[in-house]
Design a protein around this ligand. Sequence first.
Ligand code: SF4
Length: 160
Amino acid sequence: MGLWRKIRGVGPVAEPPPPRPDGDRPAVAAELGGSVQLRHVDAGSCNGCEVELGSAFGPVYDAERYGARLVASPRHADALLVTGPVTRNMQEPLRRTYDAVPAPKLVVAVGDCARNCGVFAGAYGVAGAVRDVVPVDLEVAGCPPRPEAIVEALRTVTGR
Ligand code: SF4
C-alpha cells in the first residue's frame, strides 16, 4: 500500500518532448487534423527498419503522444508507412493497400530502401522504390532511420 500511495503521489513522469519539428508539412496533412492513423506495409525490408519503427512506437520515443497511431487495416488508416524496396511480389499488394486507404491519404517512405532501393538497388527481385509504385508525400532517410527521425516525420504530419 505504501508503494501504491507513492506511485499515486508522484504521478506520470516523462522526459520533456523535443521541440516541434519545423519541416514542411505535406498539404494533405492539414486535412487530417492533429492525428494520423497509420497502416505499416513491409514491401521487402530486411526488418532493420521494423526494429526502429518498433522503437518509435515504444515507451521511450512514444510516437502516440504526438497523435500518430498504428492500425491493423488500411480502411481504418489515413496514411501508409512503407519500409523496404518494393519487391516484385509486393508491387500489387502495395498498390491495393494504397487503394484501400480512404482519401485524403498520404504515404510516408521510411528508410533508404523505400526512398531509392538502398543496398538492394538492382537486385533481381526488386521492382523499384516506393514512389515508383504509389505517390510518396514524405521520406525518412537512413539505413535504418533513427527512431527520432521517424517520430520527427510523424510529428510533421500531425503538426504536434
Ligand atoms: S533501409 Fe536499411 S534497415 Fe531499412 S530495409 Fe533497407 S537495408 Fe534494411
